[in-house]
Design a protein around this ligand. Structure first.
Ligand code: FE2
Length: 131
């Protein structure tokens, strides 16, 4: 019996379309809101079809030296061309890109976890400093 974390994959997002990308400043200002964009398929687009798509991305923040992680947000992507006419005949497709605004007084690490309905769980991380 393994742990779920044993099955979370990790890779360079520049060569692996499933790896989530966390985009924000390396250093942010204490107490001031800043934006973090999280996406899947930034360099190599991931398919977005009824049969194969990104279901969700969750973003966590782990303050440096602390025990617990905090969930910043959970973002679901629900439109993948589903339709009464059949798969991939629908009028709307959601793109797995989200932008969130947040503030913190502590340096730490963002962790993004994403889920492909076929290729499972993927994670990536990005450290930030606070001035
Ligand atoms: Fe996939």
């Amino acid at each position: 019996m393994g742990k779920l974390s044993d099955h979370i994959q990790e890779a360079d997002w520049k060569s692996e379309k499933h790896a989530p990308v966390i985009n924000c400043e390396d250093s942010v200002v204490k107490g001031e809101f800043f934006e973090v964009e999280v996406s899947v398929g930034k360099e190599i687009p991931h398919p977005n079809t009824t049969e194969h798509h990104i279901n969700w991305i969750t973003l966590f923040f782990h303050p440096k030296g602390e025990k617990f992680s905090y969930q910043v947000g959970h973002y679901e992507f629900s439109a993948h061309g589903e339709s009464a006419e059949g798969a991939n005949q629908g009028p709307v497709y959601s793109n797995p890109v989200v932008k969130v605004s947040l503030k913190t007084d502590k340096p730490g690490t963002f962790h993004a976890l994403s889920f492909c309905n076929i290729h499972g769980l993927w994670e990536s991380s990005k450290e930030i400093d606070v001035k």
